[in-house]
Design a protein around this ligand. Structure first.
Ligand code: CTP
Ligand code: CA
Length: 226
């Protein structure tokens, strides 16, 4: 990545990126989470920073090395991510939601460690806020909103539904069934979906994927403004 000489085509733009998983507590020692490492979001933050943007990165807990020269806000739960994102969203030119936000959290968090008993255990769960849905509903006309979509089946159809329902400008769809795509690794295989186009990228590093996504967003944003 270091060898690439970036054009500062994001100079003067404010970009908010979310990355990583959230953790939802069950009791003081246990939580529910997912396999997100934040790598895709961190790559996007790095690329946007190098292209001159003023980047805010809202990240869930991960071991991945944090990007430099980026304003980093660390959060743990979906609720905290919602608060951090909505506090900074209004002034952003571009928002990219790469985080894997928990859809549900335990309805009651036990103050004490839950002791095991004979038989099965059920944990009642409640829905978290859909941050991206909220952003779509409160979006400025000139703001560009890009979501991610994780699917194991009917990827294009389901991702298009998210594009519409959440009022997004673009969805970057990940097919978790394809080798070299999705959580953890350093590569990804994605399809960039807008109202009138579907562009599928080959398997490439997450940094290269980020460059393509940012290129596409800039092109689309220019198209919107004219
Ligand atoms: N998202 C969000 N807040 C949530 C859940 C998801 O902002 N509570 C965002 C993710 O950051 C991602 C997009 O919504 O950009 C799509 O996430 P995904 O999990 O693929 O889809 P969902 O809408 O949550 O639907 P489902 O998990 O049922 O496929
Ligand atoms: Ca989800």
């Amino acid at each position: 990545l270091r060898e690439i000489q970036y054009e500062k085509d994001l100079a003067g733009k404010k970009v908010l990126i979310t990355a990583g998983p959230t953790q939802e507590s069950i009791d003081p020692v246990r939580y529910i989470t997912n396999h997100s490492t934040g790598k895709m979001g961190y790559a996007l933050a790095t690329v946007c920073m190098r292209r001159g943007a003023d980047v805010t990165l809202v990240t869930g807990p991960t071991e991945t090395k944090k990007p430099e020269f980026v304003n980093i806000l660390t959060v743990t739960t979906a609720r905290e991510m919602f608060e951090a994102v909505t506090a900074h969203a209004p002034e952003q030119d571009i928002i990219i939601k790469a985080a894997a936000v928990a859809d549900y959290r335990p309805k009651y968090v036990s103050d004490e460690k839950v002791k095991k008993k004979d038989g099965a255990l059920s944990i009642e769960m409640e829905r978290t806020d859909d941050i991206l849905q909220y952003l779509g509903e409160h979006k400025r006309e000139d703001q560009y909103l890009c979501g991610f979509s994780m699917e194991t089946e009917h990827m294009l159809e389901n991702s298009r539904k998210k594009l519409k329902k959440k009022h997004l400008d673009m969805v970057v769809a990940n097919n978790l069934k394809v080798e070299g795509a999705g959580f953890g690794g350093n590569t990804n295989v994605v399809t960039m979906i807008t109202d009138d186009e579907e562009i599928s990228l080959e398997k490439m590093t997450k940094e290269e994927t980020a460059v393509h996504i940012v290129d596409r967003i800039l092109k689309e944003q220019k198209k919107k403004q004219t």
